[in-house]
Design a protein around this ligand. Structure first.
Ligand code: PLP
Length: 342
């Protein structure tokens, strides 16, 4: 299995060739990014928390940005005289959905390798986009899907493996778009801390590179599921946890995280805590957020409570999650509130 980072970028890939070849991408491109940065509830006596709402992207998650960047880069690099461009990658879910949507828009074949625990709604969306789907035992999680996608690329010629975990287009998109947007939206306010869940680590490392330009002492804290933490020495497992993040297992670490020039501390959030926070956040603000967003909100609150009132903690809400998960969160909270009362 390959763990080397590749495809160094000095900027996010230009979309010019892709938009020229496939004008049907223009609506997608126009509604991509520039998502709102909003102040969200935080501790009473602590720093303020600002969160970027990535559910506002065209197919509903932060992965629209990375999928579009990888898509444009692959189009820029491909010689269409040699044959059609066929795109392959591994994904926990949101990237598969975004990539399949782009492929469908442009009539390009897309093959995604996903865990076999993928929810029915994702499978339906991939099927609607005519994507080829390979499922891997979810107890092998990220190592399983990455290894399988690399094996397909080796044994079935003609597929371009995008490698969202290793391709530096991922971090460049987050540095030059997500992070640059946050810097502008902070409007002169200095970021003191940056919190993000680690899936590929692309968001954490890319946005760090942008925000560190405003504060060299920027504190970075990763957020990871308690059931399968970042860097764990345990083997991977299929235990339910908040979506979009998790460790590789066996002590392997997402290579993008090593781009941050010091050892990044991280905090763990359990599946149950993330579900309850999904509902609690919705109850307090009316804004639907997903499990990784809820986990980021919890960790941002912990960090903010250690800072003074002037401090700014920045985090990201990668998607809106599902109503079913919010409902589970409501039930868990109701049970908890009833137990406390009796
Ligand atoms: C819902 C959700 N949260 C968090 C992440 C983690 O983002 P990254 O891969 O940039 O670490 C992802 C990535 O797929 C995601 O889908």
């Amino acid at each position: 299995m390959d763990f080397d980072l590749f495809n160094t970028q000095s900027a996010a890939p230009s979309p010019a060739k892709a938009l020229d070849m496939f004008p049907q991408l223009r609506d997608f491109s126009a509604s991509l990014g520039n998502t709102p940065l909003v102040e969200v509830p935080g501790p009473q006596n602590g720093g303020r928390i600002f969160a970027k709402l990535e559910s506002k992207n065209p197919s509903g998650s932060i992965k629209d940005r990375v999928a579009f960047g990888l898509f444009c880069d692959a189009i820029n690099a491909h010689d269409f005289n040699q044959g059609p461009l066929k795109l392959l990658d591994s994904s926990g879910g949101n990237m598969a959905k975004a990539l399949a949507h782009l492929g469908h828009l442009c009539g390009l074949p897309v093959h995604v390798v996903i865990p076999d625990s993928a929810p029915e709604v994702l499978l339906q969306s991939l099927s609607d986009s005519n994507a080829i789907v390979t499922k891997v035992d979810s107890s092998h999680f990220l190592l399983g899907i990455i290894a399988r996608s690399q094996q397909i690329a080796r044994t079935e010629p003609g597929w371009t493996l995008l490698s969202q975990h290793l391709n530096l287009v991922n971090t460049s998109v987050h540095q030059h778009h997500t992070g640059a947007e946050i810097s502008r939206q902070l409007d002169g306010r200095r970021p003191d801390a940056w919190i993000a869940a680690i899936g590929t680590g692309g968001t954490l490392a890319g946005v760090y590179a942008a925000l560190a330009q405003q504060n060299q002492d920027l504190r970075v804290v990763g957020c990871t599921p308690r059931e399968l933490p970042f860097g764990t020495m345990e083997p991977p497992n299929g235990t339910a946890r908040f979506a979009g993040a998790g460790g590789f297992g066996f002590g392997f670490r997402q290579p993008f995280v090593s781009l941050i020039p010091y050892e990044v501390p991280f905090q763990t959030v359990s599946h149950e805590e993330s579900l309850k926070a999904m509902f609690r956040f919705f109850e307090e603000t009316g804004i639907p957020i997903g499990g990784s967003a809820a986990a980021n909100w919890i960790v941002a609150g912990n960090v903010a409570s250690e800072l003074d009132k002037e401090a700014s903690v920045v985090t990201i809400f990668p998607d809106a999650g599902s109503d079913a998960d919010r409902e589970r969160g409501r039930q868990l909270l109701d049970n908890e509130r009833q137990t406390t009362r009796s």
